[in-house]
Design a protein around this ligand. Structure first.
Ligand SMILES: *Cc1c(COP(=O)(O)O)cnc(C)c1O
Length: 230
């Protein structure tokens, strides 16, 4: 199937999941994860109506962002991969969102390096919700404290949480994330905490059932990835 057919198929699945969860379609954003995929593939997704894209590698993401800027095509770019401190400047200068914040030091650098004149950088805290499989993300019990510190940083807008649960336990993990998300909204009423990023190609319907406001879909839109080019 073509990329645009894949997108139509996913959108159908998202609307089905929304009906089952008694939610409206507008409450779930579709983030197209375009890592390792060429700009031509992204362009096809743009023509099919998508405008939010997720990238995992800084250099690759910046190249694509710059390409589309030069084309005069305005898109929304989310950084979703692990972020080291020596790469924060490029991310702060180019991306609209960072979904993988897990340390205060990284958040501070992103805030300091966000250029004046750009909108605040939207950030999500990545939660390590299935400790057994992932080393990325903040421990559940430390999320609120980190959020309170990030909320004080001038050039960031804390918007919510992101998680990548282990496939075997995704239902429990999504339920815990939903609880934590509500706790975060209550702990920081002055912030606009409106984004719960969870659900990928294989588990997005469940994630939507548990309140996901953004599903991150790569393979089901663009096909399998080939890593040998990196
Ligand atoms: C690669 C990636 C995705 C997309 O995964 P698919 O299984 O291809 O849909 C989503 N989120 C993150 C953080 C990723 O790194």
């Amino acid at each position: 199937m073509s990329i645009s057919e894949n997108i139509a198929h996913i959108q159908g699945q998202i609307s089905q999941a929304c009906i089952q969860a008694n939610r409206t379609l507008e409450t779930v954003k579709l983030l197209a994860v375009s890592k390792t995929k060429p700009v031509e593939a992204i362009l096809e997704a743009v023509r099919a109506g998508l405008q939010a894209f997720g990238e995992n590698y800084v250099q690759e993401g910046v190249e694509k962002i710059t390409y589309f800027q030069h084309q005069g095509i305005a898109l929304e770019w989310h950084f979703i991969g692990p972020l080291q401190s020596n790469k924060t400047r490029l991310v702060a200068e180019h991306f609209d969102w960072v979904e993988s914040v897990e340390r205060e030091k990284i958040a501070q650098r992103l805030s300091e390096q966000r250029p004046a004149g750009m909108a605040p950088l939207n950030v999500l805290i990545q939660v390590n919700i299935s400790q057994e499989t992932s080393k990325s993300g903040v421990a559940y019990d430390e999320v609120i404290a980190l959020a309170q510190r990030i909320a004080t940083l001038d050039n960031l807008a804390l918007r919510g949480l992101m998680a990548i649960p282990a496939p075997q336990h995704s239902r429990e993990a999504f339920a815990k994330m939903q609880t934590l998300f509500v706790a975060l909204q209550q702990a920081l009423p002055e912030c606009n905490i409106d984004t719960l990023s969870m659900g990928m190609s294989d588990d997005m319907a469940q994630a939507i059932e548990y309140g996901s406001t953004e599903v991150r879909i790569g393979t089901a839109i663009f096909g399998a990835r080939q890593y040998n080019k990196n």
